[in-house]
Design a protein around this ligand. Structure first.
Ligand code: UDP
Ligand code: MG
Length: 133
């Protein structure tokens, strides 16, 4: 099924000018970039975006981090786009990510792991609306 998902190029990757490489990786792997924009979100917006993690020990740092610099938010579209994007990203911790995945190639650490991707159909809708409505 053709799906849409939200992808974010996080501050550590934008800072290192990896956006072109990451975008071409998605395109090469069958995901079309329907929309893309560079934004800088506030601490409050970041805490809203990541509110599913509000009880986690890393929540505070995570919100500080996502609002620390420019990010690139994209709508990706393609066959099984949600799962495919997660597969292309690799495991949350770059040390555990498989070879050939974005986080393996570019991630610095479990917090500075270069990319975000929606994890379900429900969340993809919520996250796309968050940035593109
Ligand atoms: N995160 C972190 N420490 C952890 C787990 C997660 O800093 O121990 C950060 C990391 O940036 C991750 C984000 O919180 O991408 C959201 O966590 P989640 O478990 O949803 O991972 P993801 O869906 O991004 O793979
Ligand atoms: Mg997640």
């Amino acid at each position: 099924m053709v799906e849409r998902t939200l992808s974010i190029i996080k501050p550590d990757a934008v800072e290192r000018n990896l956006d072109i490489d990451i975008k071409s990786f998605f395109k090469k792997n069958g995901l079309k970039i329907l929309k893309s924009k560079k934004v800088k979100i506030s601490r409050e917006e970041a805490s809203e975006f990541y509110k599913v993690h509000q009880t986690k020990p890393f929540y505070n740092e995570l919100c500080n981090y996502l609002s620390s610099g420019p990010i690139i938010v994209m709508i990706l579209e393609g066959e099984n786009a949600i799962a495919k994007n997660r597969q292309l990203m690799g495991a949350t911790d770059p040390l555990k990510a498989e070879d050939g995945t974005l986080r393996k190639m570019y991630g610095i650490s479990i917090d500075k792991n270069s990319v975000h991707g929606s994890d379900s159909m429900e969340n993809s809708k919520i996250e796309i609306d968050f940035f593109f409505k």
